[in-house]
Design a binder for this molecule. Sequence first.
Ligand code: SF4
Length: 154
Amino acid sequence: MTLLQILKNIVRKHSIHVCYVNTGSCNGCDIEILACLSPRYDIEQYGIYVHNNPREADIILVTGTMSAQWIDKLPDIWDKVPEPKAVIVIGNCPISGCAFDRPGALIDPPVSKHIPVSAVVPGCPPRPTEIISTILNSADILFENYETKTERKP
Ligand code: SF4
């Protein structure tokens, strides 16, 4: 591995842009994501920057049950994210619909049916420390030697 590749690996793993999408939750998981930004958990100390621009994101965090109005919108957002990219679902709602999985509910979980999911953080809601450690672990896998992994073979 060249020095340039080593430097790229280090820098990318410490500069992770996260876009956050709520597809219809009770806001419990969203409050835990917001808690990650608080001084107690201070997510930015790890180089993780949370915003809502998919065109600048590396990782998308998805909360909620995948309600009907998100079925077309979420794949659109996923298409706008540049490579390398990953999706992490937060909480039980995007996995199973959780408390909202009832007859007649206009939801279509799991999120993995609509876009490729790299990691899940189960819980109702999960703790901020679990969210942060999953983002860091995913970034390690996502960015490690990215160019080498995607090099075209002759
Ligand atoms: S997993 Fe639980 S806390 Fe999170 S959005 Fe669903 S019902 Fe709310």
